[in-house]
Design a protein around this ligand. Sequence first.
Ligand code: FES
Length: 162
Amino acid sequence: MKEKETNKETRNETLHEITAYYRAQGAPRDQTALIACLREAQTACGGTLTGDDQQTVAQALGVGTGYLQAVAKRIPDLRLGGGAHTLTVCGGAACRGRGAALRRYLEDELGARDGQTFLNGTWMYRKTGCMHACRTAPNVKIDGKLVENITLAGLKRRLGVK
Ligand code: FES
């Protein structure tokens, strides 16, 4: 738990440093600076900004999270998670093969669609290319953290689904 809190603190510190830099460059009024800020924040957070991350960035920039999401919608490489958590599923060949049941469950049973929230908006669903950990396929990332060799039961547990 302590480690989790420390990670979160470090993440927030990083996000504050990034937003402070781009504020000085004119964000959020200057859209170019704002977009660069969101890109850098996204990279620093492992590829997506969760709801918590967005809140941190939005507060530091003095705007609402809805505004950040509206800006991000126009920029294809910006991936702001709408839910509290983000589930990123590897779409590389090894994970597609060994994780077929996971994807079927997510997409057919839960109705998850790339770039959209599912489970009543609590999770954002993302698909990516190979996560470069093919030996332990199937792999997913939960809030940017790699979870290797995930089983359907393990996924359900993490999603909080019975
Ligand atoms: S195919 Fe999933 S990690 Fe490479």
